[in-house]
Design a protein around this ligand. Sequence first.
Ligand code: PLP
Ligand code: ZN
Length: 435
Amino acid sequence: MDCSSVYPIDAVLFRCPSCDGLLDVHHDVNPLKAIPATEWKQRFEQRFRTGQHPYNSGVWGKKEWVLPGIKDENIVSLGEGATPLVPVPGLAGPLGLAELWIKQCGISHTGSFKDLGMTVLVSHVNDLIKAGKPIRAVACASTGDTSAALAAYGAWAGIPVIIFLPEGKISTAQLVQPLASGATVIQLNTDFDGCMEVVRDVTADPSAGIYLANSMNPLRIEGQKTVGIEVIQQLAWQVPDWIVIPGGNLGNVSALGAGFELLLEMGLISKAPRICVAQAAHANPLYQSFQTSYREYRPVKAQKTLASAIQIGAPVSYRRAVRALERFGGVVEQASEEELANAAARGDRAGLFNDPHTGVALACTEKLIAAGTIEKGQKVVVISTAHGLKFSEFKTGYHNRSLDGVRSDYANQPISCEPDVDAVKRILDGIHGSV
Ligand SMILES: *Cc1c(COP(=O)(O)O)cnc(C)c1O
Ligand SMILES: [Zn+2]
């Protein structure tokens, strides 16, 4: 990104040895461009959700655009991607939007979009190991979802996995996932940014043979970039006005931008949507930088937030994200704890069941509509990054009103009752009376 050095795809590198910048995967697009857009659309549609492993995966159905060189037998796929894109009229109507769609990335093997990047990274590592590279294990620092994905894909491929987690800062489900997969789970008494520093040092020495799986690794971006492509495919190649995406380490928004870049370059679309990155106000370095038109950027000490997967103060992909935002008319909005919790609850009331990060994205969507940035009558896609079931403590706390600093506007509690028909009828009469 900073210099123009080029390295082969099988070099085990995570940063540029000459300028220390992050690396990007560079595709030779000329052979791809020789194939007309209509042909790509047909190929992608024909493979989508078929029985043809691994091409039925949302990622590997676009293999030529992701990692064309890998042998099919070395691909480690758990059927990731090809997730539902769901219209939510119960939210669109009150907000005055023409259409509001939720891209349900959490309806995936390990319950978050991290599967999209991890299938590519672990496949590549598998390919390297099969070619005789001395890799003993794969490691990552995580706010909970990256580790769940890495552990599952590693287990499938028989590759040892080492996980660094901030102790006490992830959900029970997120902790139990890598444990169940048999990963070595090391809890550090620090936050995500602290874990990231440790894993960088541990993987820096090539003789250790430990491969780094964090999103500074550009292979993850290659898989994640399919999400934007898939959204457009599911909209029958029509482009929405806006895509709203929650951001922490900012790999996912960078990937979103990379996907639109390719769609434009290959001629599958002629204009791109605008992008909004939604941040938690408690972890908002990109939001603050946006206020200065990116002239200033200061990492922050991330405060505790319900949106724990984006509790990140020093995002690794800041520069990649700014590039994507500048390219695609981007804006950055933030949401308070109460805003994100109530927005998630409004989503649930409209038929969703999403995580607090999707709550951040929904809250920011509402705020941008109120500010007139997103206009009434427009068509908006919100990227939901994880399944609500991974965050049952958040849901439970919301509904029993025990979340700090949150007034739960939609709290709902079970009604206890004797197993007696008359007693039940009295309760039901009360409900009817109040409707
Ligand atoms: C990782 C993650 C994010 C943030 O993605 P970045 O690429 O770090 O910006 C958002 N939501 C969930 C649920 C995540 O797991
Ligand atoms: Zn460089």
